[in-house]
Write a protein that binds this ligand. Structure first.
Ligand code: ISL
Length: 569
C-alpha cells in the first residue's frame, strides 16, 4: 500500500479551458483566462489542476482530436503562455496535469496524413486499417470490416477512398484510433509524454486509456434486438494487452525521474476488480482510475440519451461497492461531474431554486466524505445547474449533433430525443463558468461560444464569495477538511442504512478517529438514530443554519437536504 502518496489527501480541480475564462474576447476560454483566475483556485484550496486538452486541434471534439501533441492550439494561446501558467500554478503550490489523448489522434495529425497516404507508407500500420468485409463492395452499407458502432453514432469505420480501405474510429470519424500493437506508436507516445514532463507538468489524465488494446482480429460483436451495431465493448475495453501497455508506459516515462507525479486513467466500463489491478501500486500502472458505474445508472446502456432516472438506493450501493472493493488495495477517484456529464445538482440533486443550494452542498458532502481523491469540475463549486435547452440548434457537442441527425434520418421520436439531450447532453457541463452577474457572466467581453446560463444573474462566483453560507464556501470547507483530517483521507468506509430511500449515511474510521457523514437526499425532514458511541461527537461541517454542535443521545433530526459530518476522537 502506497501510504505515503501525496495524492491520498489531495483534491483535483478540472478545467475545461474553452469554457473557463476568456482573456482575448473571442468568446472562447484560453490559457490567459486561466492564469488570471488562479486566485479563485487558490482560495478554493485545490492541490492539482487538470486541464482538458489545449493542444493543437481542429476541434471536432473540442480538443479531444489532437493534431499536434507538442503545441498549443492558437484558440487557447501558445507554449509560452502554457509555461507562464505552469509557473503561476507552481508558485501557489498547485500541480498541473495535462490531458493525454492517445487512443486516437485527429485525422489531421501528420502521423495519420502519412498513414493514409498509401498502403506502403511506413506509418500505415500506426492506425487500424482493414479491407471491406469479404464479399462486399467497399462503401456499400454493411461493407464495414466489422459491426462495431462509434460512440458518436454510425459505424466505427470510415472508408478512405484513396487506398480503398477502412480505418477504425471508436469516436468521431475525425478521431482515428492509433494501433497500439505497433511498438513504434508506443515509443512515440512515451517520447511525447517525457517531453511534457521535461517541460514541468506533474502528470496526466489519460483519455479512454482502457480502450487502447483491442481484441486481435477485431471480430464482430453480438447484437441486441433492434440494434444496428454490435455491443463491442468487451472487444476493446480492458483488452488483452492493456496492463502490459500501462506498465510499459510507467517504466518508459516515469522511471528514474525526480518529482511527485499523478496519473489517472479514464476507463469507461471498468469493473472494481479490474480497477484494483490498474491501481495496485505494486503493479506500476496508474495511480487511480475514473470509473463510470455511478454515472451510467440513470441512462439506457444502449442509448445514452434515453434517460430513466435512478433510485438513491442504487446510486449509493454502487459507490459503496467501489469503496469496499478498493479498501485494501488500489485507490478510488471520486467525481460527480466532468465535461461529459450533466450537472450533478440537476441530476442527483434538486435544482429547484428553493433547494438548489442545500442539495448542491449535500451532494458535495456525500462525495467529499468518501475515501479516494475527489475531483471538482469547474462550476460545481458554485452549484451550477443544467442549461434550459429547448431546441436542437442550441447544442454544439458532436455527440448530440450526430445523435439528433440520426434520429431525424431514421424517423425516430424527435421530441424524446430533445428531452434526452437536454437532460444528459454534454453541453450542460460546457456552458461558461459564471463569474459574476454581468451580461456574459464575466466569462468574455465577446460573444460566448456556448450561451451562458440565464441564472448567472443570481448564481455566480462573485455573489458566493460574499456569502459565507454559499456552495462555494462549503466546497472550500470540504477541501480544507480533506487536508486536515486523516480520517477523511485514510479512513475505512462503512455504509449504514443501505436500504433507506433518502438517507445517505456512512462512517469512516482511522487510528481511533471516527467520522459520521449523514445526509438527507430529499426535501422531507427525517429522524436518524445513532448508537451511543456517537454521543458527544462534535460537528465539523453542517449545511443548514442551527445545526447542533454536539451529537446528543436523541440522534439527529435532518432537514430537507441537510448534510453533516460529526467527528468522535
Ligand atoms: O460522454 C460519453 C459519450 O456518451 C462518454 O462515453 C465519453 O465519450 C467517454 O467518457 C470518453 O470520454 C473521453 O473521450 C472522448 C471525448 O469526447 C470525451 O470528452 C472524453 O472525456 C473521446 O476522446
Amino acid at each position: 500500500d502506497d501510504q505515503a502518496a501525496w495524492w491520498r489527501s489531495a483534491v483535483v480541480y478540472q478545467i475545461y479551458p474553452r469554457s473557463f475564462a476568456d482573456s482575448d474576447g473571442d468568446g472562447i476560454g484560453d490559457l490567459g483566462g486561466i492564469t488570471a483566475r488562479l486566485d479563485h483556485l487558490q482560495t478554493l484550496g485545490v492541490d492539482v489542476l487538470w486541464l482538458s486538452p489545449v493542444h493543437r486541434s481542429p476541434q471536432a471534439d473540442n480538443g479531444y482530436d489532437i493534431s499536434d501533441y507538442q503545441d498549443i492550439d492558437p484558440l487557447f494561446g501558445d507554449l509560452a503562455q502554457l509555461d507562464a501558467l505552469l509557473d503561476g500554478v507552481h508558485e501557489r503550490g498547485i500541480r498541473l496535469l495535462m490531458d493525454l489523448v492517445v487512443n486516437h489522434t485527429s485525422d489531421e495529425h501528420p502521423w495519420f496524413l502519412e498513414s493514409r497516404s498509401s498502403r506502403e507508407n511506413p506509418k500505415r500500420d500506426w492506425y487500424v486499417w482493414r479491407d471491406a468485409r469479404p464479399g462486399t463492395t467497399p462503401g456499400e452499407p454493411g461493407a464495414e470490416p466489422n459491426n462495431w458502432g462509434s460512440f458518436f453514432s454510425g459505424p466505427a469505420w470510415h472508408l478512405d477512398e484513396r487506398t480503398g480501405q477502412y480505418y477504425l474510429h471508436l469516436f468521431d470519424r475525425k478521431q482515428p484510433d492509433l494501433n497500439w500493437e505497433n511498438p513504434e506508436v508506443r515509443a512515440a507516445v512515451h517520447e511525447m509524454m517525457r517531453w511534457w514532463l521535461d517541460r514541468g507538468v506533474d502528470g496526466f489524465r489519460m483519455d479512454v486509456i482502457n480502450f487502447i488494446s483491442k481484441v486481435p482480429g477485431l471480430p464482430d460483436a453480438p447484437t441486441a434486438p433492434g440494434q444496428q451495431h454490435g455491443n463491442a465493448f468487451a472487444l476493446f475495453a480492458d483488452g488483452p494487452r492493456i496492463h502490459e501497455f500501462l506498465a510499459e508506459m510507467t517504466r518508459e516515462v516515469f522511471a528514474g525521474r525526480e518529482g511527485q507525479f499523478l496519473t489517472v486513467g479514464e476507463m469507461p466500463g471498468v469493473t472494481p476488480e479490474e480497477a484494483v489491478r490498474y491501481t495496485d501500486p505494486a503493479r506500476g500502472e496508474v495511480d487511480m482510475v475514473f470509473q463510470f458505474e455511478h454515472v451510467s445508472l440513470d441512462t439506457d446502456p444502449l442509448d445514452k440519451f434515453a434517460w430513466r432516472g435512478v433510485e438513491l438506493v442504487t446510486l449509493k450501493r454502487s459507490l459503496h461497492r467501489w469503496q469496499d472493493a478498493l479498501a485494501e488495495r488500489g485507490w478510488n477517484s471520486l467525481y460527480w461531474n466532468n465535461h461529459d456529464q450533466p450537472r450533478v445538482v440537476s441530476r442527483f440533486g434538486d435544482d429547484d431554486p428553493q433547494w438548489r443550494e442545500a442539495s448542491a452542498k449535500a451532494l458535495g458532502t456525500v462525495l467529499h466524505g468518501l475515501r479516494g481523491t475527489p475531483y471538482v469540475y469547474q462550476g460545481e463549486e458554485l452549484g451550477m445547474t443544467n442549461f434550459p435547452f429547448t431546441s436542437a440548434d442550441q447544442h454544439r457537442d458532436v455527440e448530440a449533433v450526430n445523435y439528433h441527425a440520426r434520429v431525424l434520418e431514421q424517423g425516430l421520436d424527435e421530441e424524446a430525443a430533445l428531452a434526452g439531450m437536454a437532460r444528459v447532453g454534454r453541453d450542460n457541463a460546457r456552458t461558461p463558468v459564471q463569474w459574476d452577474d454581468s451580461p456574459h457572466a464575466g466569462f468574455t467581453t465577446g460573444e460566448p461560444w456556448l450561451p451562458v446560463n440565464p441564472n448567472h444573474t443570481w448564481l455566480n462566483a462573485a455573489a458566493q464569495a460574499e456569502d459565507p453560507t454559499s456552495v462555494l464556501h462549503h466546497y472550500r470547507a470540504l477541501i480544507r477538511l480533506r487536508h486536515e483530517l486523516a480520517v477523511l483521507a485514510e479512513g475505512r468506509t462503512t455504509l449504514l442504512l443501505p436500504d433507506d430511500p433518502t438517507l445517505w449515511v456512512y462512517t469512516r474510521e482511522h487510528a481511533g478517529e471516527r467520522l459520521l457523514v449523514a445526509v438527507n437526499c430529499g426535501r422531507e425532514p427525517r429522524e436518524l438514530e445513532v448508537d451511543d458511541t456517537w454521543v458527544g461527537a462534535g460537528l465539523v461541517l453542517g449545511n443548514l443554519p442551527g445545526t447542533p454542535e454536539v451529537l446528543g443521545s436523541a440522534g439527529l433530526r435532518l432537514g430537507g437536504w441537510d448534510a453533516r459530518m460529526y467527528l468522535r476522537r
